[in-house]
Design a protein around this ligand. Structure first.
Ligand SMILES: Cc1cc2nc3c(=O)[nH]c(=O)nc-3n(C[C@H](O)[C@H](O)[C@H](O)COP(=O)(O)OP(=O)(O)OC[C@H]3O[C@@H](n4cnc5c(N)ncnc54)[C@H](O)[C@@H]3O)c2cc1C
Length: 461
């Protein structure tokens, strides 16, 4: 085995970077950070930059490279423990809250991080009451909006800081395997065949590396549990419709239990003045949303998602979500778009009908079609019920011109069984972030990295 390191971190997304920042701030030396993708400056997503359909690069630069998925994220740091992952279940509510506060402070050390929206106020309380009258729960969830452009700058500054503080960083260096002998952690093997010795290893490969991590975990005999899959649509409407709410909360998180099925339906990733984008995940094309600090559209978009757990005999939520997305891809050669009025009247949208609408789609490549041919009845009913409840809260949501893009799917990685320190069943082998199924967003991913970094630093010193 070549050179021995005290700590090897796999994945330079927010979780891996924050683990490294913590280790460096505690004076731990001999830290190596390995990243499969390229440097930040060399990352380039043709679909995002040229507004063209996803060209399916061999390595997706949207999710891989310095900064991980965080570098192309919307830069919304959710400062509440209610959303964004399972960390509170694993480490306890108080500890999770403390860690998220530390994460927020650490981002601010690296530059301007933008304002916080949705702090408790009389106005927010009034919206919560109005939501309750419409059968909705409005979660109090302050969000700091850093913005996509600014978050890249901050991630760049973090890389410079780590390099200046002795952390060795290797990009374009995918890790192939974790080396364990007789239950003892020895280090990692890279795809180039180099075997690197490490006293501690942190696995933070994000969603891009979730399948890889699952395979490694299975080989090492680590326990895994399944997370549910969330399937739904991305809704786009004139920004003025949601403005009374988004001006106060920026990212209103609404939860609804459908009267027909008692299923949980929720809004996700509200993008005021943003645009709808395509995303390539798990071999299918799905939709997502974005808003930029410097560039605004006339529309606001948000996802309405239905969460489903499967029990037996079927227990493959990822395959279920893939199948629904594949059907939309088959009918629309990518993503479908439909006016809500057309869906409710049982007819497809056509280019002519879309042109007569008052909402100009920000995702031009979406094919006008019929989501009724794609989404299972249960999902359609749940989504329509949720939209009508929202329309009571904010009139205009259920305009016939409102656009629905389909489908949006959130694939969550299988969850590794981890101790409250995020250590696996193998001593000194830790896991953090979205890839381990522990988190689902920036703030909790960073928090999981901080937690692991602190634990390792304490053991080493
Ligand atoms: C388009 C988009 C927008 C988003 N917007 C937001 C938002 O506004 N707010 C929010 O809270 N969350 C957002 N998210 C989610 C957020 O980006 C993720 O939750 C967060 O980045 C997870 O951090 P992570 O470190 O766990 O994983 P990642 O950020 O995915 O990073 C993991 C890194 O590990 C690398 N890797 C994988 N396997 C290996 C291997 N074998 N060897 C070496 N390296 C490997 C990958 O290349 C990647 O760079 C968004 C995600 C996307 C895709």
């Amino acid at each position: 085995m070549s050179k021995a390191y005290q700590v090897i971190i796999v994945g330079a997304g927010p979780a891996g970077i924050f683990a490294a920042l913590k280790l460096a701030s505690c004076g731990v030396t001999g830290v190596l950070l390995l990243e499969a993708g390229p440097e930040l400056a060399r990352r380039s997503c043709p679909a995002r930059e040229r507004h063209i359909p996803c060209v399916r690069c061999e390595l997706c630069h949207l999710t891989s490279g310095w900064g991980g998925a965080g570098a192309y994220s919307d830069g919304k740091l959710t400062l509440s423990t209610e959303v964004g992952g399972h960390l509170p279940e694993i480490v306890g509510e108080d500890r999770a809250r403390e860690l998220i506060a530390q994460v927020d402070a650490l981002w601010r050390q690296f530059g301007d991080t933008g304002p916080i929206h949705g702090l408790p106020s009389d106005e927010v309380e009034a919206w919560q009451k109005k939501a309750a009258l419409a059968g909705l729960r409005l979660l109090l969830s302050p969000v700091r909006h850093v913005g996509t452009e600014q978050i890249r700058q901050l991630l760049g500054s973090m890389q410079q800081h780590l390099a200046e503080n002795g952390v060795e960083i290797r990009t374009q260096c995918p890790v192939e395997d974790v080396i364990v002998s007789d239950g003892r952690l020895l280090g990692v093997r890279t795809e180039r065949g180099e075997e690197l010795e490490g006293q501690f290893v942190v696995l933070a490969p994000g969603r891009a590396g979730a399948n890889w991590l699952q395979a490694v975990a299975t080989r090492l005999g680590l326990r895994l549990t399944r997370n549910p899959v969330d399937v739904g649509v991305r809704v786009e409407l004139p920004a003025v419709v949601l403005q009374p709410l988004t001006d106060v909360l920026y990212e209103p998180k609404l939860v609804y239990y459908s009267s027909r099925f008692d299923d949980k339906v929720r809004t996700f990733c509200v993008c005021p003045y943003g645009e709808v984008v395509t995303e390539r995940a798990a071999g299918v094309t799905t939709v997502n949303g974005h808003s930029y600090a410097s560039h605004k559209t006339d529309n606001t978009n948000f996802a309405v998602l239905v969460s489903k757990h499967f029990t037996e005999p079927f227990d493959d939520p990822i395959a279920y979500g893939q199948s629904i997305a594949r059907l939309a891809n088959l009918l629309g050669n990518g993503v479908l778009v439909q006016r809500l009025g057309d869906l409710e009247q049982g007819r497809r949208s056509t280019p002519e009908r879309l042109a007569r609408g008052i909402v100009t789609p920000t995702l031009r490549e979406a094919t006008p079609g019929d989501l009724g041919l794609v989404l299972p009845y249960r999902y359609l009913v749940n989504i329509l019920e949720m939209l009508h409840a929202m329309d009571e809260l904010v009139p205009g949501v259920c305009s016939r011109h409102t656009l629905l893009y389909g489908v949006e799917v959130k694939f969550y990685s299988s969850r590794l069984y981890l101790r409250p320190t995020l250590e696996t069943d193998i001593p000194n082998l830790f896991a953090a972030g979205d890839g381990a199924g522990v988190t689902r967003g920036l703030a909790q991913a960073c928090a999981s990295g901080l937690l692991v970094g602190k634990e390792i630093a304490e053991r080493l010193t």
